[in-house]
Write a protein that binds this ligand. Sequence first.
Ligand SMILES: Cc1cc2nc3c(=O)[nH]c(=O)nc-3n(C[C@H](O)[C@H](O)[C@H](O)COP(=O)(O)OP(=O)(O)OC[C@H]3O[C@@H](n4cnc5c(N)ncnc54)[C@H](O)[C@@H]3O)c2cc1C
Length: 471
Amino acid sequence: MASKNYDVIIIGGGPAGSTAATLLAKKGHSVALLEKAKFPREHVGESLLPFCYPIFKKLGVLQELTRRYVRKPGVRFVDVDGSSFTTWCFGHVLKDPSHLSFHVRRGEFDHLLLDNAKKCGATVKEETKVTSVDLSDDEGVTVTATGPRGGKQTLRGRFLLDASGRDTFLATRLRWKKPHDEFDRSALSTHWTGAQYVDGIQEGLLQIVYLGGEKKGWIWCIPVGVDRVSVGLVLNHSYIKKQKAKLAKKKTRDWKRALYTQELTSSPFMKKILKDAKIAQPLMFNGDYSYSVAPENKCGSNFALVGDASAFIDPIFASGVYLSMKTAELVSSAVSKKLKLSDKAGQKALDAAYAKVNGAYALVDKAIRMFYNPVAVNFAQVGSAESLIHEQHENALAIGHYLLAGDFFQRHEEYSKFIDLLQNPKLLKKYKAFVIDRPDFQSASCGISRVKVFHQLLQEHGEALRGKTSA
Ligand SMILES: Cc1cc2nc3c(=O)[nH]c(=O)nc-3n(C[C@H](O)[C@H](O)[C@H](O)COP(=O)(O)OP(=O)(O)OC[C@H]3O[C@@H](n4cnc5c(N)ncnc54)[C@H](O)[C@@H]3O)c2cc1C
């Protein structure tokens, strides 16, 4: 079969793949993006970071996102019973419109990004699964895929971007994928309707309920619509195994659903939120979710790995989509230099891009370890310290907010040192004491109205309700 030639072939049409495809096509490169699924397809990862904002602008989708999605002014870390919490509002440090981020329905959001790549000139082939890749020729790559009706397709490209997500196309085949033993956790999640929109949910806050103890887990609660919350449960594997055995003894048929319900109702906070709520879609399971590929394997002379195809870290800080899109932006810019200028210029640009990318992932990794470290700062209680005694408290507070907003790439070295300080017990004690006493930080609210958060979604919801009543 005759093969088609492209500048760049991309495996996967998630946020990483479609970002790279759009930006490369906008620079005039011929791009083929191969996606095995038919979009829209469901996906976890609905709460986005403010630092995505400039990328959305560059892609040309910002306006559409502001029209469609719930706005996210910050994050609230909550103890299991809801009595102790800290609200981190992006508006404390971000003074432009990006302080209102987004909660998205991923099926739709990914579809929008993929369609945008098409509009910008990329050739997008859905229901086309890449089955093999030949990287042995330095001049380019040969990619073989199976199309919608099972037909085999062969494509030639000067460069390959693997954006295959957690399928980790290259890393699995080349045995580059290393599990992250410390973050040995799995997640169960679904959407609910009829939840109570209280305790910050009505103002769009992402809620992270810390479970602690042997569960080493947490619950996320994300308002993805006017009457739709996404609730996910994350637990350590050893705990899941024990609970699964217990449920099997009781002859429980659907252990995943039983475990999900059991853990949600064990949190008085979640019990209150979901008192009258009903599950609205099938339960999703995401297992073994943290892994990485060594920096030296992330790119070569004719390929590069972006997004979850190169690494995935525990999603506690809702960082995955931003890390993936920013990596795709940096790497596609370097690839463009390689194709337009020279191999040497391209390699230099790729090395510079991956220095930032690896620094960003290492920073997020460190911040997450701190989250799970029982003697380090507890994000739910950090706001409960009594007095303010540190002259640098403004900076320390700002760093916390910037980290939660996604400032991973530019200042990773600086922030990494700050996290080291926080893990020193003496300094941690000081930090706990000085971090509070600012009226805007003590406040439970980010001061964003329900109308601003749900904007025209409220109207759409109202119309839908009227429709139901009159039916
Ligand atoms: C439990 C959980 C909760 C999360 N919560 C958040 C959150 O709140 N916020 C956040 O930002 N991130 C979150 N994430 C992370 C986020 O989902 C990912 O980081 C993000 O989707 C990565 O984008 P990607 O484009 O790299 O991969 P994906 O979005 O997974 O896209 C990869 C695409 O490649 C396609 N593909 C795979 N193999 C092939 C093949 N052989 N041929 C063709 N196509 C192929 C797949 O069909 C898929 O569409 C969460 C992740 C998990 C597991």
